[in-house]
Design a protein around this ligand. Structure first.
Ligand SMILES: Nc1ncnc2c1ncn2[C@@H]1O[C@H](COP(=O)(O)OP(=O)(O)OP(=O)(O)O)[C@@H](O)[C@H]1O
Ligand SMILES: [Mg+2]
Length: 301
């Protein structure tokens, strides 16, 4: 397997803030790689250094066998970049915007129109970009990043402003792109997104990568309890005490009652005996538990 990206001990400070504090990782060709972390973790700064948009203070970056800094024109047709804050050309419609981006790369208008369709913006083709909603603008910026069919795509929180349906559509699109052999690097603060899409995830906090692995391996490495939830209101206080019976912690948010336990069979048996399985959900460890274990604090995206 060839390596598409090699990052070695990259550092970047803004005054006293160590935005990127000794980051190293590799991304293989064809991989779907995620950088997951809360606000201010250093995801965007890392990505911009890898993309060649920002200079690191120290450390090395190799992108498709080239150095991305100083700005390397050889790389531009091979990579697609969607920035967290997107700037479009003023006063152009969505279609004109994509046609312009496409023409910069020698891509014809037909492909640009196909991209508009692919991100579900055909209806908005004639709308000026300043009149697009946040989610629509985000989808347009993703179309712009993909229009020249790059072999490596960088996406910085691509689903942040999308509604659930648009999010799922975008996940399908990104998966399809990845399945054709394209390498995808994405940042997100959504645990579920990272878990669902990525072959490997780097968990980042305070400028450092704490751990990199497949989502399954990250979760499996934990000795985390099981959470068992049922609808609140079905259980009397006495039931709750009996079900918990020293093997579970209980939390009730008024709608859902959650037992956190390392002995799920005892709790499930007690719930079944009390015939209060309405709304039953059983959840094992998630990436949120991994974050908690790595940092000692709850994950707040
Ligand atoms: N241009 C800048 N000038 C000064 N400080 C900056 C600049 N860009 C980022 N920072 C700081 O560097 C740190 C990392 O920021 P960065 O944007 O890389 O984080 P992030 O993980 O992308 O966060 P978010 O999830 O909010 O996008 C933050 O503390 C931020 O305030
Ligand atoms: Mg960011």
């Amino acid at each position: 397997m060839s390596v598409s990206i090699r990052v070695t001990d990259v550092r970047k400070s803004y005054g006293d803030v160590r935005a990127v504090d000794g980051v190293s990782f590799e991304v293989n060709s064809g991989e779907f790689f995620g950088i997951l972390g809360p606000n201010g973790a250093g995801k965007t700064t890392t990505l911009e250094i890898v993309e060649g948009l920002r200079q690191s203070d120290t450390g090395g970056v190799e992108l498709l066998g080239e150095s991305p800094w100083p700005r390397n024109p050889k790389l531009l047709p091979r990579i697609g970049v969607q920035l967290q804050g997107t700037a479009f050309f003023e006063r152009l419609t969505a279609r004109e915007q994509l046609h312009t981006f496409g023409s910069l790369y020698g891509v014809g208008p037909k492909r640009a129109d196909e991209m508009l369709e692919l991100v579900g913006l055909t209806e908005k083709a004639g709308t000026r970009v300043e009149k697009l909603s946040g989610g629509q603008a985000q989808r347009l910026s993703i179309a712009c990043a993909l229009v020249h069919d790059p072999e490596l795509v960088f996406l910085d929180e691509p689903t942040a402003a999308l509604d659930p349906q648009a999010r799922r559509n975008l996940w399908d699109l990104l998966r399809a792109i990845n399945e054709t052999g394209r390498t995808v690097v994405l940042t997100t603060h959504y645990m579920d997104e990272a878990e669902l899409l990525c072959d490997r995830v780097a968990i980042m906090d305070h400028g450092k990568i704490l751990k990199i692995d497949t989502p399954a391996a990250l979760v499996r490495g934990l000795d985390a309890p099981t959470r068992i939830s049922v609808d609140s209101g079905n259980l009397s206080a006495a039931d709750v005490t009996r079900v918990a019976d020293g093997v579970a912690e209980v939390a009730d948010d008024g709608a859902i009652l959650t037992f956190t336990t390392r002995d799920p069979s005892t709790v499930l048996t007690a719930l079944a005996e009390a015939r209060v399985l309405n709304g039953l959900q059983v959840r094992g460890a998630t990436l949120e538990d991994v974050f908690l274990e790595l940092t000692g604090r709850e994950y707040r995206a």
